[in-house]
Write a protein that binds this ligand. Sequence first.
Ligand code: BES
Ligand code: ZN
Length: 899
Amino acid sequence: MHMIQELSHNSTVALKCPTAEAEAVMAAAAAEFRGQARLPRFAAPRRYELRLRPDLAACVFSGEASVAVDVSAPTRFLVLNAADLAVDRASIRFQGLAPAEVSVFEEDEILVLEFAGELPLGEGVLAMRFNGTLNDQMRGFYRSKYEYKGETKNMAVTQFESVDARRCFPCWDEPSFKAKFKLTLEVPSELVALSNMPIVNEKIAGPIKTVEYEESPVMSTYLVAIVVGLFDYIEGVTSEGNKVRVYTQVGKSNQGKFALDVGVKSLNLYKEFFDTPYPLPKLDMVAIPDFTNGAMENYGLVTYREIYLLFDEQSSSASTKQNVAITVAHELAHQWFGNLVTMEWWTHLWLNEGFATWMSYLAVDSFFPEWNIWTQFLDSTTSALKLDSLAESHPIEVEIHHASEIDSIFDSISYDKGASVIRMLQSYLGAERFQKALASYIKKYAYSNAKTEDLWAVLEEVSGEPVKNLMTTWTKKQGYPVIGVKLKGHDVELEQDQFLLDGSSDSGMWIVPITLGCNSHDMQKRFLLKHKFSDIKGINSQYDDQDRQNSGNFWIKLNIDETGFYRVKYDDELTTALRNALQMKKLSLMDKIGIVEDAHALSIAGKQTLSSLLHLLYACRDEDDFSVLSHINSVTSSVAKISIDATPELAGEIKQLFIKLLLPTAEKLGWDHKNSESHLDAMLRPVLLVGLVHLGHDKTISEGVRRFQIFFDDRNTSLLPPDTRKAAYLSVMHNVSSTNRSGYDALLKIYRESTEVEERLNVLGILSSCQDKDIVLESLNFIFTDEVRNQDAYLVLRSVIIDARETAWSWLKENWDRIMKTFAASAILSDYVKSIVTLFTSKEKEAEISQFFATRTKPGFKRALKQSLENVRISARWVDGIRGEAELAQTVHDLLIKL
Ligand code: BES
Ligand code: ZN
């Protein structure tokens, strides 16, 4: 502990005793390495031999590292990463030589070893000893807690991505410094100790066992992993004979069956897809009770939040099942895309995350075709389009100046825009050619690193198409275009501009793969739009005027099945035609979603009226598909929210309108699960019920309350299966207040008594969905108690409703220091800030919020804060626009009567 304190400030300590002058010269030389985004490359690690001794009771660890380092250019220095570690200076040797000077630069998380003379070129061994803490922050080497036979126990776990391996051992902690790893652990004899590779040797000596693992192939530091605790497991095997195991808490291994099945199938599928076998002898997947992210693709030892790995037929919902499948397929895709071939630097993070996201849909579609997962993929495209229409967005390939910025790019741009432009490219090149090219890329860069242009080069070679030219506009430039479509006689005129939600337009230029369908999907045009304008001649000549006036007979739809990453704005005639076609059920599910989402975005940006959006929603009134209705539901909820500030006098009627829109399908489905129903109907039911409760539909709310009461008395009742529980809980919260808190207390009781993860999360996710100030404060303060794991607290913040936004904002301000201390991980902080800030819709509030944060931002959530503030400005502008819409009241009345 002493050494940790000693290192908690920048310190330069001389080991030998040079003169004061010489010391100053050396310290100055070491300081040259400060403030750099990347480590110097004159020395690179080839092989790490690591021995670690975690003490799970005291929550500390000690370790030794011997690193074979290749010195390739003359230097007196070794520069590597270390953070929150006490490196024993006296133990440091390189080829037997002690460094003359050891400098620790805490802010840059580097350790600079300076030797008296130049180091011999070629390979040498760097040895050192160090100590650290098993921290509580879910990064580096940390401790997680679990219950076993009524006792709370500690487990030791690692989470290294993106830059936290340096908190476990001193290392060259950048993805392109690949090396082999040979680990040895000394742990309590009764515990399971897992790492990336299989065990080669295990020696038990009383209470301690020494576990030695096989040496790994070359890999990046962020993929090294260790898990030590008590677990049960189940096992399967791939077609190639690799053992796959799912580790769960003792007694819960049957909940790992579904993930195991998807895991084995995924490895088999990816092996075929990439024409490359899974590179390691085994794969373990482990559920970890405290975990910042959803899951982490550590090579051969994938870690998960429990809710993303465990599925129980009795107590889990259909959407949990789907999340497990997507998550497993995503992490296992990384074993190739990410682990075998790794991004050269974090600028190319999207090569990891965009591809794993896209591949996970490809895999799940092949395992569960009835889930219609590619239609659901449009959720990802939608969220990317939303983020990327902010001025504060960023390009897919983003410059990184400091390690502290890396966390903030694990966002919808890297994941969802990344995956969406991949889908766009695949659709342009054709699935077969695309797959072939990906397989060659994986083979070419296996066991090494790649940049975005390396991928384009392979794709270009295999396809003969100018891929780099086409794709560069999508990955190096932020934002995306809106394509304006106008009928001019028999021709169609296209024009591209950048789409920005604040209504401004920039004359951006992309190479856009256009697809255009006219009346039926058999009649399609495909071409690249390379300029601002383009005319399509004669598209309309086969239809006479009568056809055109005959509604439903003539329409044009761009971006067939929404494979392109852009929006479309039609002129009035085409808008009406498309609305008719939609109403007459002539469009695919994906096309319907695209039209609804584009209309929503155009309305926010002030490019189309809210009235026209409402007419379109009205045309969707008979819809019964899960995905389409999910998008409609999110649009109606956005409009219902903005109308509270924009047109308080109409807000009630707008809600009524949306209730009428959602109700028929909700009634058809009812509250009860039917054995014969499809997965998608099981997913749709909660979407509609929750939507109706939020809209304040009395009948749904009273039915929710009724079913809740039955459930509260008999937890095994079939009246409230897992899928509908959240809707019932929300109904209860709707009626809760400080003077009538029995429902709230009942929900807390369920939270406290339940041992099922999903059930507990369901409760956390509704606790602050209440109008009552005191109840909301009680819920927000609940996250500081031992009863809520830090990883789950975001659920409470996310569910604050507009009526309680001032309460939540005051709470956030008052508790900011405590929040910063408790939830150090910046991803969590970003989420908190976003959840509360984006509830506001006025310029005044935006000013107040930015003033509060002026002295409080951190690199990790700076971007999220700026984006949230921009969203507030956008909402404020939308409010103004709606207020100026003269015909809105009439539209709402007319539609209410018609529905
Ligand atoms: N590599 C990420 C985990 C990660 C995220 C590490 C952020 C460091 C910072 C992993 O592959 C991942 O993407 N996990 C997702 C779940 C997945 C199903 C999209 C996550 O954690 O949300
Ligand atoms: Zn990932």
